[in-house]
Write a new protein. Structure first.
Length: 194
């Protein structure tokens, strides 16, 4: 079984299956990373209209090239993904999670929090994971805490959130508003594309 769900991003579509593909998040913005770690991602990137592949739990979010229309490519994509999964095609290579965790540790290594700031970071991460992440996942994307520095929270947007026209509104009025209310030390929330 496979069905599609729209995302707030007109350039991304969520393809939902009835089986677990990957317990975690795998975001492929470029073909090189997919070639290294994801046979499914690699196969999808071979299609001329695929610009990005995001795999999470039981769905794949595809971001398309601008010059293609969903009505022309949705059914072929659906058939392709369905066939790939039914034929037990490999989704991600072993060691992907560890490699990404290592990469994340390198990126975040420069941010060491102590004392009161460390407590704030725990609170901010908890709020994002509890209130924001589930809603964003429903829309075919992901949000991750990156850093907290002098009142500014930096988050990473992945999947359908990346390049989504409404992500700025969500970020500023939704996430920033909530964090400022719950953690007065927060002055601003900014996003990086993952």
């Amino acid at each position: 079984m496979l069905y599609t769900e729209q995302t707030p991003n007109p350039e991304s579509l969520k393809f939902v299956t009835n089986r677990m593909l990957y317990q975690g998040t795998a975001d492929f913005r470029e073909e090189e990373l997919a070639k290294e770690w994801s046979p499914l991602g690699t196969a999808l990137f071979e299609l001329p209209y695929v610009k990005g592949v995001y795999i999470c739990n039981n769905f794949v979010t595809i971001s398309k090239e601008f010059n293609y229309a969903w009505e022309d490519i949705m059914l072929p994509l659906k058939d392709f993904i369905k066939g790939y999964i039914e034929n037990e095609g490999e989704i991600l290579k072993m060691g992907f999670e560890e490699a990404m965790a290592e990469k994340e540790a390198e990126v975040g290594a420069g941010y060491q929090y102590t004392g009161e700031e460390a407590e704030l970071v725990v609170k901010i991460k908890d709020l994002i994971n509890t209130y924001v992440k589930p809603a964003v996942e429903m829309d075919g994307g992901n949000i991750a805490f990156k850093s907290f520095n002098q009142g500014i929270v930096t988050v990473i947007l992945q999947g359908s959130c990346s390049g989504c026209p409404s992500s700025t509104v969500t970020l500023k009025s939704g996430i920033e508003g909530m964090l400022k209310r719950m953690v007065p030390e927060v002055t601003e929330v900014v996003a990086e594309m993952g």
